[in-house]
Design a protein around this ligand. Structure first.
Ligand code: ADE
Length: 200
């Protein structure tokens, strides 16, 4: 899977280079491509935002800059997503659906948002990670990538995913490992007897 991320803060994606997603990138299961929206500004000061028409606090990301960054990675088969608190809330079913795409383009907004005309033109799917407002789409994009990458072929073991389907995705049960007694707390008997059955 290829994931292109349009962002004003490419350096904020360092955390996803770690752990399971990092390994998936190393193993070439996922190709993550960071595109700095600022590089598409034609302004000599690399300006990417401006004051809103009609007044109001904050700044709005300029449509031409966002559009040009999008055009640099666009292909017709790509699934385009705009991370915004106004979007539909992400859930496990949507995560699974998204993992069927070969190419995702994620648009991260900042400031008070992106000029609506470029959103209307691109018509991305709008996704939120919850009913609260963050300072930008970068953390939501990382959340989405982490969740989706678990379903990309070869990232997790078949057993892990099968077990997850079996337990109805979200209903994980409590887990225990050695030692058998920790701070006076014992591993539930039912699991101990299952262990001894396994070892028989
Ligand atoms: N950008 C700012 N807040 C957000 C949220 N909750 N979900 C997705 N994108 C956002």
């Amino acid at each position: 899977m290829r994931i292109d991320i349009l962002t004003l803060f490419p350096e904020s994606f360092e955390p996803i280079k770690q752990s399971i997603v990092g390994r998936a990138v190393e193993n070439k299961k996922i190709d993550i491509n960071l595109i700095n929206i600022r590089n598409f500004s034609k302004d000599k000061h690399k300006k990417v935002d401006d004051t809103p028409y009609g007044g109001g606090a904050g700044m709005v990301m300029k449509p031409d800059v966002v559009y040009d960054s999008y055009k640099s990675v666009y292909e017709p088969e790509a699934k385009v997503i705009y991370l915004t608190p106004q979007g539909k809330t992400l859930n496990q079913k949507k995560v699974q659906e998204l993992s069927d795409n070969e190419h995702l383009i994620l648009i991260c907004g900042h400031y008070e948002g992106i000029d609506q005309r470029v959103i209307d033109e691109i018509a991305p799917e709008e996704i939120s990670i919850g009913d609260y407002v963050l300072t930008g789409g970068e953390l939501p994009a990382m959340v989405l990538i982490d969740a989706v990458s678990r379903y990309v072929d070869g990232v997790l073991s078949k057993e892990s995913l099968q077990e997850e389907t079996f337990t109805n995705n979200l209903l994980e049960y409590p887990q225990y490992t050695r030692p058998e007694i920790f701070l006076g707390r014992k591993v539930p008997e039912v699991l101990m007897s299952r262990q001894s059955q396994k070892n028989r």
